[in-house]
Design a protein around this ligand. Structure first.
Ligand SMILES: *Cc1c(COP(=O)(O)O)cnc(C)c1O
Length: 352
């Protein structure tokens, strides 16, 4: 008798590798694009009623959905919330990408996209970014089963101007186009595809609380689109897990959105630190891709990225390094506090 016959029926996948989470808290951790400033005081001061934890949460997470709808000037029926944008994106793949034609995304992009495609057995094709890491709109004009890209892109940090995003949406009216806006709050005002949602019924915009709202530990993400798109995602969610959002997430998520002043202040600080660090790094011989995110993507003119990555790690400074064709001489560096970035620049100065 074959005792390992079950192995033939296993769904084998190559999982996504998240950035390292070092146990030592005394390191300068700039490898997973977290926000150094922590959530708003309003979140800190908002008391969770622990007795309520015995009860299931609202399956529709209505408080959070309504708060986000108000904030973005859309209807609650246009908002879908989930456990981080990874949950929202995974649900969107499952809901919208069911064609026999391949879905399209850039060759250098968020490395979770090919993982979901493999997991759900969605055919996909990647489109090469240009030499300087730009998305070419014309690559997305062929017949396909759907399109997804982050804007700004990750790990390149480059922003695709809104008129070009719109061209991609227009060229793909028969499939869903997902714009993953994990970093859009760090981009210039007017860059978000949210302004196009009313115009295009095939557009889904995905956001997260993990970066600009400094709540990666809570796991909140959301999508905004026209009502019909969101209803399709709800149906899939309720066929899978009704209670994705726990009570603390709903409560703290609302409190975060309600403190817009703090949100703007911390995002502004990160942007100005980014501009300063970019300038300093260029002077030290780095090629820095123009960033519209809370991280920068940079290569040094003489020192290999892998060497910088390794030496930094020995000093307790964590960057992200992708040993991947085309980008294996680049480092992805999250923007930390000014103090942390001073330490990083001192380390670079010593190195060069
Ligand atoms: C960080 C990130 C996400 C996932 O964020 P969550 O923490 O799951 O909300 C999604 N897309 C991109 C491009 C990201 O960088």
């Amino acid at each position: 008798m074959n005792m390992t016959g079950w192995k033939e029926n296993v769904r084998r996948v190559e999982p996504y590798t998240p950035g390292e989470q070092p146990k030592d808290q005394n390191v300068i951790k700039l490898n997973t694009n977290e926000n150094p400033y922590g959530p708003s005081e309003k979140v800190r001061n908002c008391a969770m009623d622990y007795d309520l934890l015995r009860k299931y949460p609202d399956p529709a997470a209505s408080d959070l959905v309504n708060t986000l709808a108000l904030y973005h000037h859309v209807l609650p029926e246009q908002v879908f919330v989930g456990v981080g944008s990874d949950d929202v994106l995974g649900m969107a793949f499952l809901t919208f990408f069911n064609s026999d034609r391949p879905i399209l995304f850039p060759d250098i992009t968020y490395s979770f996209y090919p993982v979901w495609a493999e997991l759900y057995r969605i055919p996909y094709r990647t489109k090469a970014l240009t030499e300087d890491f730009r998305i070419s709109v014309s690559d997305y004009e062929e017949k396909n089963g759907g399109v997804i890209f982050p804007n700004p892109n990750a790990p390149t940090a480059r922003l695709l101007p809104l008129d070009e995003v719109e061209k991609i949406i227009q060229a793909n009216r028969n499939v869903v186009v997902i714009v993953d806006e994990a970093y859009i709050d760090f981009a210039p005002e007017g860059s978000s595809a949210l302004s196009l949602v009313d115009k295009y019924d095939n557009l889904l915009v995905v956001r997260t609380f993990s970066k600009s709202r400094s709540m990666a530990g809570l796991r909140i993400g959301y999508a905004i689109g026209q009502k019909d798109l969101i209803a399709c995602m709800q149906a899939v969610k309720y066929s899978y897990n009704s209670y994705t959002m726990n009570r603390p997430s709903i409560l703290y998520g609302c409190a975060s959105v309600e403190d817009d002043a703090y949100f703007r202040e911390t995002v502004g600080k990160i942007i100005s630190t980014r501009e300063w660090v970019t300038k300093e790094m260029k002077e030290l011989g780095f090629r820095v891709i123009p960033s519209a995110a809370n991280f920068i993507f940079a290569a040094h003119s003489t020192i290999p990225a892998e060497e910088i990555f390794r030496k930094a790690r020995e000093k307790g400074i964590f960057f992200r390094y992708f040993k991947q064709p085309r980008i294996d001489n680049y480092l992805r560096i999250t923007i930390g506090t000014d103090e942390e970035m001073h330490a990083v620049l001192d380390f670079f100065r010593e190195l060069v």
